[in-house]
Ligand binder design. Structure first.
Ligand SMILES: Cc1cc2nc3c(=O)[nH]c(=O)nc-3n(C[C@H](O)[C@H](O)[C@H](O)COP(=O)(O)O)c2cc1C
Length: 496
């Protein structure tokens, strides 16, 4: 089943029993964040929330309900991407990457459905009256104050639209980008666009500015869940996120032309804020913002977007998210990325068995990698490869362990790492670009990185002592105890 809109996603969440509707009046300013934050800290990520009575900053009741924490559990993230387990998409990608033409006519025919599956993915532009343009505000009608844009944390620079899919186009190659970048509401008709310097939207902006051209952008809020996720995925600039969303959905994303600029947006989107950036205009102050590191990121200068139209569904549900001290909803979006991109990392670095970005590391601060080590120096080879791979280049601490270690298990990984390292021998520092949110680096977006080689050392790596065996019970004893262990009542006694 592919979910074609955010409202279908919310209905499916409701059907699985993970939606809590909140009728109590809640302010868009801070209160909604406080509730969502408490909710995300529940074991497993807490339920999705639908706030039905939201109080706007002007004291009026919002005409639109607010959905939050929609992606905030493993089950809902899997639902969003139409799978039972997130690894399934990784397996589909592996299959595509292994697409070797087999021998024999019948075998070749068997290949056809998979190739056809690929050709179904490109988004389709639909004519007619799309849902996302049931209501259109232009000119003086445009009033972002009517949208329940939330102010998350007390020291934030203002209200932020957070769960976005920002559409832009590469002016040279015409390739579309869709990125999840937060947007600060400045007033009724302008917003500040927070695409960080390493992101594709920012690159499009630099290209447009160099050409001295106005840059059209569409800020989509609430589309089909695969498109929302794809906006957050670190795809290479040459890959259109809507094609990727089509692959995940196994159905093309339906697009429609924006009403006031030359871009396409998902036809079933809840809300689209269309506008342009004038590169000749001064940048504006954006921030501070309570960020996903758990700290406020400083105010900085970003482009201003002039809104030319706001379009929405009649029954618009405003989707948003908060970030802050982990774990939050974004952990689940990031985890889906982690699972889906594993085969792509393996393509260039085949010794990688698995990797994991624990919630505490907020994606870029800590990456555990397990490898099938065959030769000396291989852990460093993997670190260098990852520090050269797309947004993985921003990783601050990379920890490499042997393939037996389950890197999804954080306690097990630290147990292995702390036992296996001789710190002076196994820790290396290097330099590189770092996440712009890193407040500790010596310079903005530039700093050092640490690689920890916690793999078993080989003689060529200077290790000549005996490597100890891991303690494990023998199979015979385990099997024998299995036959009566449950009857001892130990676990029931502890749970009750
Ligand atoms: C909830 C959430 C908020 C995000 N906010 C921003 C942001 O404000 N600016 C930014 O550059 N990246 C932000 N990101 C990360 C980007 O969405 C991510 O790096 C994505 O791959 C960027 O797309 P791009 O590679 O097409 O530029 C956010 C991610 C999530 C999950």
């Amino acid at each position: 089943m592919s979910l074609d809109s955010l409202q279908e996603f919310i209905a499916a969440i409701d059907a699985m029993g993970e939606l809590v509707r909140i009728a109590h009046p809640v302010r868009a300013r801070l209160e909604l964040c406080e509730i969502a934050n408490r909710c995300s800290k529940l074991p497993g990520g807490g339920p999705a929330l639908l706030f039905e009575h939201v109080i706007l900053d002007n004291g009026a009741r919002s005409a639109f309900p607010v959905g939050i924490n929609l992606f905030g559990s493993m089950a809902r993230m899997s639902l969003a991407l139409g799978v039972e387990r997130l690894d399934e998409h990784g397996a589909r990608i592996t299959e595509l990457l292994n697409l070797k033409v087999p021998d024999g006519f019948v075998a070749k025919l068997g290949l056809l459905p998979r190739v056809l599956e690929l050709s179904k993915f490109p988004p389709r532009v639909k004519g007619g009256a799309p849902l996302c343009q049931e209501v259109v505000w232009r000119g003086d009608e445009i009033d972002l104050d009517q949208i329940p844009v939330i102010t998350c944390w007390p020291e934030d620079g203002g209200p932020y639209i957070t769960l976005t899919a920002v559409v832009s186009k590469d002016p040279v190659r015409g390739i579309r980008n869709v990125g999840m970048y937060r947007v600060q509401k400045l007033d009724k008709r302008t917003v500040a666009m927070h695409w960080q310097r390493h992101k594709t939207g920012a690159e499009h902006f630099r290209e447009m500015a160099a050409r001295g051209e106005m840059m059209p952008v569409c800020i989509v809020v609430g589309a089909d869940p695969a498109s929302v996720f794809s906006a957050s995925a670190p795809l290479p600039p040459a890959v259109d996120e809507f094609i990727f969303a089509g692959f995940l959905r196994r159905q093309p994303v339906h697009l429609t032309r924006a009403v006031s600029c030359d871009l396409e947006v998902p036809a079933a989107a809840e809300l689209v804020i269309e506008g342009y950036i004038d590169p000749s205009e001064d940048l504006v102050v954006e921030g501070p913002f309570g960020d996903h590191t758990g700290f406020y990121s400083e105010a900085d200068l970003y482009p201003k977007v002039h809104v030319t139209a706001v379009t929405m569904r009649k029954t618009m549900v405003y989707a948003t998210t908060i970030v802050g001290r982990p774990p939050m909803e974004d952990f689940y979006l990031g985890h889906a990325t982690e699972r889906i991109f594993l085969p792509l990392l393996k393509l260039t670095t085949p010794e990688i068995v698995d990797y994991h970005m624990p919630a505490e590391g907020g994606f870029h601060n800590l990456v555990f990698v397990s490898i099938d080590k065959k030769y000396p120096g291989q852990a460093y080879k993997v670190m260098n490869a990852l520090w050269g791979a797309g947004l993985m280049s921003l990783a601050k601490v990379l920890v490499v362990v042997d393939k037996e270690i389950d890197v999804q298990n954080i306690t097990e990984t630290w147990w292995a790492v702390l036992n296996n390292i001789d710190p002076e021998r196994d820790v290396r520092f290097t330099m590189g670009p770092v996440d712009v949110l890193d407040h500790s680096s010596r310079a903005f977006s530039y700093g050092s990185k640490m690689g920890i080689d916690a793999t078993r050392k080989l003689p060529e790596e200077g290790f000549t002592r005996q490597w100890p065996r891991v303690i494990e019970m023998n199979d015979e004893t385990r099997a024998q105890v299995d036959t009566f262990y449950a009857s001892l009542g130990i676990e029931q006694a502890w749970k009750s």
